[in-house]
Ligand binder design. Structure first.
Ligand code: MG
Length: 159
């Protein structure tokens, strides 16, 4: 019998000027980026928390605290690679990832395939095991007002 786990992650970041917008390890051309200690990759952070949660580990801030300058402006794909190593050490392999971005702008459609490829590569799985959706919040709340971006991620792990 295969051991099987499910994890869920959420993250949000505020838009800020003079920052690159990085989502799912892909640089998106836009006039604003996301404020953060790291590169602000909201999607990768949600994915990290989902993976850690599924493996029964602590949250992303435990492993990469924003008080540690090692992680200042860090490329979040490096954090995800470390998280994948952490769960692999416990014998877990990613079965699938399903995530949703919530934002009014920019339009994500041109970048979804690229983000899926990048995430699949980082998770060491086939792209058809990764789903990335983007939706607006119908102008409601902070994402609806264009103040920032939120992301959710659900993963399953198997060993
Ligand atoms: Mg974050």
């Amino acid at each position: 019998m295969t051991d099987f786990r499910v994890g869920f992650g959420y993250d949000s970041h505020r838009f800020a000027p003079d920052r690159p917008l990085v989502i799912g390890g892909v640089v998106i051309p836009y006039e604003l980026g996301l404020a953060a200690h790291s590169d602000g990759d909201v999607l990768i952070h949600a994915v990290c928390d989902a993976l850690l949660g599924a493996a029964g580990l602590r949250d992303i801030g435990t492993y990469f605290p924003d008080t540690d300058n090692t992680w200042k402006n860090v490329d979040s794909t490096k954090l995800l690679a470390k998280v994948v190593d952490l769960i692999a050490e416990k014998g877990w392999k990613v079965n699938n990832l399903d995530c949703t971005l919530i934002l009014e702008k920019p339009k994500m459609k041109p970048y979804i395939e690229l983000i899926i490829s990048r995430l699949a590569e980082l998770l060491r799985i086939e792209p058809d095991r990764v789903a990335v959706k983007a939706k607006t919040n119908e102008k409601m709340g902070f994402t609806g007002a264009g103040e920032g971006i939120a992301a959710t991620a659900a993963v399953s792990l198997a060993k």
